[in-house]
Design a protein around this ligand. Structure first.
Ligand SMILES: *[C@@H]1O[C@H](CO)[C@@H](O)[C@H](O)[C@H]1NC(C)=O
Ligand SMILES: *[C@@H]1O[C@H](CO)[C@@H](O)[C@H](O)[C@H]1NC(C)=O
Length: 151
């Protein structure tokens, strides 16, 4: 029994060493969610990287919507998920039909936008960040989506 425990501890330590070295240097990598989404969308910067629980994070998001112009029906969303039980969602307008608001007038085709959110205080060790542009009124209408696995 005691021997098993020692073995387990050594194994854990080894796993930790293997993981620890690249983990701190690895930049969070965003990849296209799937080919189903018509427009390219990317997170060109995320600061800080890694994200600190409960602290602000700045995402720089860019996309080319030349062929699928963004109207005021669309929002830019960021979610944190770990399967279904854990989820935090942040949503922001991209453009507006009215020129009085301090966001661009719709439609928008090329954009490069910063979105600052407060990272969830209960951020787990591993989670998925999904950044997407979608029409909230029509849940199946997603224009672009990019995703990163953390942890
Ligand atoms: C955006 O996409 C259009 C059509 O696919 C292309 O012609 C244009 O060069 C792209 N713009 C940028 C900035 O990549
Ligand atoms: C992610 O974290 C959960 C809870 O901390 C753990 O049960 C799970 O094994 C982890 N998954 C991976 C791939 O590390």
């Amino acid at each position: 029994m005691k021997q098993n425990l020692t073995f387990a501890v050594i194994l854990l330590a080894m796993l930790f060493m293997i993981n620890a070295i690249p983990l701190h240097k690895r930049k969070t990598e965003f990849l296209k969610c799937s080919d189903l989404f018509p427009a390219p969308l990317d997170v060109t910067a995320m600061t800080p990287d890694p994200i600190q629980a409960g602290k602000p994070v700045t995402f720089t998001i860019s996309g080319n919507f030349t062929e699928h112009p963004i109207t005021s029906d669309y929002h830019q969303d960021i979610t944190f998920s770990q399967g279904f039980p854990y989820a935090a969602e942040f949503s922001q307008d991209i453009c507006s039909d009215s020129s009085s608001r301090n966001i661009p007038k719709c439609p928008v085709t090329d954009y490069n936008k910063k979105m600052i959110i407060q990272a969830p205080a209960d951020l787990p060790d591993n989670y998925t960040i999904t950044v997407y542009v979608w029409n909230e009124n029509d849940g199946s209408d997603w224009l672009g989506c990019t995703q990163a696995s953390v942890g």
